[in-house]
Ligand binder design. Sequence first.
Ligand SMILES: Cc1cc2nc3c(=O)[nH]c(=O)nc-3n(C[C@H](O)[C@H](O)[C@H](O)COP(=O)(O)OP(=O)(O)OC[C@H]3O[C@@H](n4cnc5c(N)ncnc54)[C@H](O)[C@@H]3O)c2cc1C
Ligand code: SF4
Length: 563
Amino acid sequence: MPAEKNSAFDVIVVGSGASGGWAAKRIGEAGLKVAIVEAGRPQSDSNFTEHKPAFELKYRNRAKEIVRKTRPIQSVFDVCNEYTQDWFINDFDEPYTTPADKPFNWMGRLRMTGGRTNVWGRVSLRFSDDDFKAASHDGYGEDWPLSYSDIAPYYDLVEKYVGVTGMSEGLEHLPDGQFQPPMPLTCQESVFRERVKEKLGRTVTLARSANLTRPINGRGPCHYCGPCDRGCVTHSYFNAAFTTVPDALNTGKCTLISNAMVHQVLMDPATNRARGLLYVDRVTRQSHELSARVVILCAQSQESVRILLNSATREYPKGLANSSGVLGHYLTAHVRSGGGSGDFPTAGRKHTLGAPVKPVGIYVARFRNLKGQPPYKRFLRGFGYEGESSMDFNFRAAGFGAAYKKAVLEPRASLDVTGFGEVLPRWDNFVEIDPQVKDIFGIPVLKIHMSDGENERAMIQDMGDSAGEMLEAAGAKNIRTYAHPSAPRWALHEAGIARMGEDAKKSVLNQFQQTHDVKNLFVMDASGFTSNPCQNPTLTIMALCVRSCDYLLGELKRSPSLA
Ligand SMILES: Cc1cc2nc3c(=O)[nH]c(=O)nc-3n(C[C@H](O)[C@H](O)[C@H](O)COP(=O)(O)OP(=O)(O)OC[C@H]3O[C@@H](n4cnc5c(N)ncnc54)[C@H](O)[C@@H]3O)c2cc1C
Ligand code: SF4
């Protein structure tokens, strides 16, 4: 069926998640006509279930196998559950492939306004020049084409709007930000923080997190109900669906086109400019064309690069904007299969049902291979830990009868830490189009090739060992550590497959996430990361996106056709 043509926009933004929401807001607020083209359904407060008890659900949120029937990959991570499964793709309708010996779980494939920010863990950390200039420090890979001072004002801007609870620590490699007052630490967390600093010199801090402790922009402070990954009617965590996207729509300049699965960027070969895009309506399966002066892809790394690879033309036979041949290569995603846990019997207090739940844990700042330290012999770069503490009834108590009843009521205070490690960008971790397989919309799917190298394996081992060392230092009992190989590989922080760089022969994007090849085409999600430091990526995705939008707006003022 021929595609229907729709009216022209100044800018089209593909995706409405962390990056797309910001791009649409920034451009709409500048007075340009912008369309958000989003594969998912509209999101609204009526879909949020953070206060709904499990007993009100048909299967009490206990029948994982029912969720697995349609979402065997999405439900590997428990944010895809009976409450939220409809927010995620059906894995059979929208597959991807991998080589048999490199399994990879591509999770977090949401199809709702807000994308992954509906369910994300909200940990919001800055990168530093230890990250942007890591190649100069240790000789591996490439430096980013920008420095901390270029992005710092945008971190400020984004943090003030998003609302990040955090503690300032004065660390050069984990810069402080514009924090809202910190949520308090639990007893175990405080003990862990103090003793790990005292005995090992490592910094344990509140996980800097996009949860409000003060109201902003009509959003209320967190009331500690717990399950942020099921939505939040008081809008107390950051989700693009109830922050940046409504701001963009409120400008009166922005149109949200939902259920619109982008297939290709369309080119005008005579001018070497993108002229718009082709999408498939997920409900009617009808194809549509949209035209615009500028196209910005913000569909999440693999999805944006899939669109570029599917947009190959005679001029760009290996994928659009891929004259370098680098597009799709250098896939990175954190390793997180090492860590440990322990009990803190003296930190216990009487547990109660329905107690407040703090939705934010702790973060252990990176401590390996920092500037000024001798290089750590076993691997390059480093890792941080996210940690959680819990207080529960002692359901594992031994015995029976009255003694058992008494023992069950004894509080059980524990703390666990999970390493999040940097993965070195390697050419042979890559994505390509699988010519044999299409999704139910007829769009060719990705084949993902990803495995760990020596560096990652050594790092995972250290994550387990160092977790044990810190728990020991903190006086934990029943310490359990682990360091598993990370296959089947799973990831929520994928980056790097349309990397930024100064040299157009070795990179796809410049420092403003503009493709070197096509001047009115931008990719503003994590695809552009030149490396993937151990800190969680989303704060940097958002700050970079705003910076790139400001560049774009400046360029459009200078030359409306981006000549
Ligand atoms: C469970 C979980 C926990 C996480 N925890 C953290 C954390 O603690 N800290 C952190 O920094 N990061 C975290 N992340 C990662 C974070 O959510 C992502 O880095 C961030 O949302 C990526 O932003 P994005 O704009 O690239 O993509 P998204 O936010 O996913 O938005 C992409 C949007 O594009 C749409 N789209 C995709 N393909 C198409 C297409 N072809 N056509 C049209 N639209 C399309 C999608 O439907 C989606 O709405 C977590 C992710 C998950 C899933
Ligand atoms: S814990 Fe706080 S942020 Fe999370 S859903 Fe409850 S009120 Fe919202």
